[in-house]
Design a protein. Structure first.
Length: 144
């Protein structure tokens, strides 16, 4: 039901990890995610530890889901001397093409313990339906 839109995204993520570069608005870093079906909904979970919920932006245009987030340094004071910095900072983004069978009008978002979870219901028109056969008429009727 979900399709990756950029085949080179994983390669970019590896290069960024090895080089220690942060994402920018023009070239954001990728955020790790899991996607799975749970009952009558698709669930997508994004790892965004240390990101303020107000710094997360979720958009859907047609069937393109875009999630952007920004993590800024915690210590900005001039008196702070950073000894070690391994946590990635900057802008993170992910775009996912959603199938037509998902109801993009009813997406729910929740952010807890550094994980952004989106629940996208399966559209009624995409759910299995029973087709009954009329006696003697040869016509079939769809019941939903």
């Amino acid at each position: 039901m979900l399709m990756r839109t950029d085949p080179f995204r994983e390669m970019d993520r590896i290069v960024q990890q090895l080089s220690g570069t942060s994402g920018t608005w023009s070239k954001p870093s990728v955020m790790p995610m899991d996607a799975y079906r749970e009952g009558d909904a698709y669930v997508i979970a994004f790892d965004l530890p240390g990101v303020n919920p107000e710094a997360i932006d979720i958009d859907v245009e047609r069937n393109m889901l875009t999630v952007k987030a920004e993590r800024r340094p915690a210590a900005n004071a001039d008196s702070v001397k950073m000894e070690l910095s391994e946590r990635p900072l900057g802008v993170f983004s992910r775009q996912i093409m959603l199938a037509d069978t998902l109801d993009t009008e009813r997406i729910e978002a929740d952010y807890d313990a550094g994980v952004l979870t989106l629940r996208i219901p399966i559209a009624e028109r995409a759910k299995p339906r029973k087709i009954s056969i009329g006696a003697g008429s040869g016509r079939r009727q769809i019941s939903g």
